[in-house]
Write a protein that binds this ligand. Structure first.
Ligand code: HEM
Length: 453
């Protein structure tokens, strides 16, 4: 899309026809501001999703407004995110133990797979509570989640040729719909069990203290106040998985890949993290150690600038006709904001815009002080405006603590025979690395001794 914008004479706003659907693409901070701020309300809907419409894929309206309010007020507010600190540290501990065993045995690891399990487990902990490993629920969630992401990332004919959806009674849509229905049934089955189990705990009169309660408890406790149906609760919980797992692990995996390619950055980051590591080197870096780590935060920002997991955000849709920069944008237009191209624009980041240079975010660098929240529309990994990601703080808390521990406790090497990291990206709803990130962890002499047993 960046190439297309360049061929259009560098137009930062393009109105195209993709299939039968008009499509507006914004590729500069100015155009992003027009879409996400000036015309935010007119462009705040979403195209239809094969999975239906609860929150992330819901059309703009009362249902979406209520679900978003509920999620931002009760599930993902700052206090709630802090309340998951112990769970975060416990889950990081599980991963670090696995890596330590591999390091002791001299084995290589599929780091992406490990980090993907970590972010799924973190969302599972938030949704279900401590008991995710009981009955293998962690594995069930991961399996259903991976299958759902594959369907969501696939091509949905209906979004580009809406008329074809009804041809022959919708026969062209049957295979995709059947797959989506089977998955919806699977989500229903798993989440029904979770809700029943939580309802019986509450009925027994022993609900957890509010600060300690998981998403399911919270949603059951406000069900009356918000008039939530059981399907509404299941939809919100499933949405937390869909939006919150793939995205955060991609940030961690891309960061580690970039660090392997930029050993000078790795060394500076390790120096920062290790300078404040616990005296007992076996101990985890817990969250109180992270406050004085500006370089860690700059490294994460730089990864999000070059590799935003949702490079075009999620598609928006116009609710009504509006005129932007002289373009008449009809109702029903699909709208993309090219956060990937904006992050790499040399007009904002200078000539080295394609380089991985966390320094640009600190010490009077070109983008020092630029915020995650998209306030200046030049850094938009979480979007901006009405449809902005409500899970930003939850995601960043997970990414920071995991990354600090990965670089604190281990040195990392490429596997024998590999002499470079392939950074080829595969574009879908989220951007993945084409190749797995297989690395060998080593225990540095300054850190931990091998585990016994
Ligand atoms: C690094 C991790 C993450 C990134 C980069 C990210 C990015 C995004 C982006 C770009 C959007 C679309 C914004 C738009 O269309 O304007 C979005 C929406 C959303 N995200 Fe995230 N996200 C992340 C993690 C999470 C987490 C952990 C959760 C929840 C636990 C979450 C929940 C949501 C929801 C519910 C929406 C839909 C909001 C709406 O449509 O109103 N996200 N996210």
């Amino acid at each position: 899309m960046r190439g297309l914008a360049t061929r259009h004479g560098g137009d930062d706003l393009m109105l195209l026809g993709l299939g039968m659907v008009p499509t507006l693409v914004a590729s500069s901070p100015r155009a992003a501001q027009a879409v996400l701020c000036t015309h935010d309300q007119s462009l705040a809907s979403r195209p239809r999703s094969i999975f239906g419409d609860i929150l992330g894929f819901a059309p703009y309206g009362d249902g979406w407004r209520q679900a978003k309010k509920l999620v931002t007020t009760h599930l993902l507010n700052t206090k709630k995110v802090q309340s998951y600190r112990a769970a975060r540290e416990e889950e990081v501990g599980v991963v670090i133990d696995k890596i330590r065993r591999a390091a002791t045995a001299g084995e290589a690891l599929d780091l992406g797979e490990l980090l993907s399990s970590f972010t799924t487990d973190m969302v599972s902990r938030a949704v279900v509570g401590r008991s995710i490993r009981v009955d293998g629920l962690d594995k069930v969630f991961k399996e259903v989640m991976d299958a759902s992401m594959a369907v969501l990332a696939g091509f949905n004919l209906e979004n580009f040729y809406p008329g074809l959806a009804n041809v022959g009674g919708g026969v062209l849509m049957w295979p995709g719909r059947r797959k989506a229905e089977r998955l919806r049934d699977r989500w229903d089955e798993v989440l029904d069990k979770v809700i029943d189990q939580h309802a019986s705990v509450a009925a027994a009169g022993a609900p957890p203290a509010h600060h300690d309660s998981d998403f399911t408890h919270v949603l059951l406790s406000v069900q009356g106040e918000y008039g939530l149906t059981r399907d509404g609760i299941k939809g919100i919980l499933a949405d937390m998985f869909a939006a919150g797992t793939d995205t955060a692990y991609l940030v961690l995996e891309f960061t580690m890949a970039e660090l392997m390619l930029h050993q000078d950055v790795m060394a500076r980051l390790q120096a920062e993290v290790r300078s404040s590591m616990p005296k007992d080197h076996q101990e985890l870096m817990t969250e109180e150690y992270l406050t004085g780590m500006p370089y860690l935060k700059a490294v994460i920002k730089e990864t999000l600038r070059l590799h935003p997991p949702s490079p075009l955000l999620l598609p928006h849709q116009s609710l009504e006709e509006c005129t932007i920069d002289g373009y008449v944008v009809p109702a029903g237009t699909t709208v993309f904001v090219n956060a990937w191209a904006i992050g790499r624009d040399p007009r904002l980041c200078g000539d080295a815009a394609e380089e991985f240079m966390p320094e640009r975010f600190i010490n009077k660098g070109a983008t020092e002080g630029v915020d995650f929240r998209g306030i200046d529309f030049q850094f938009l990994p979480f979007g901006s405006g009405r449809r902005m990601c409500p899970g930003m703080n939850f995601a960043l808390a997970n990414v920071e603590i995991m990354l600090a521990n990965l670089v604190c406790h281990f040195d990392w090497e490429m596997t024998a025979g590999a002499n470079e990291i392939d950074m080829t990206e595969v574009f879908g709803l989220t951007v993945h690395r084409k190749e797995k990130l297989i690395l060998t962890p080593r225990l540095p002499s300054c850190v931990a001794q091998p585990l016994e047993g």
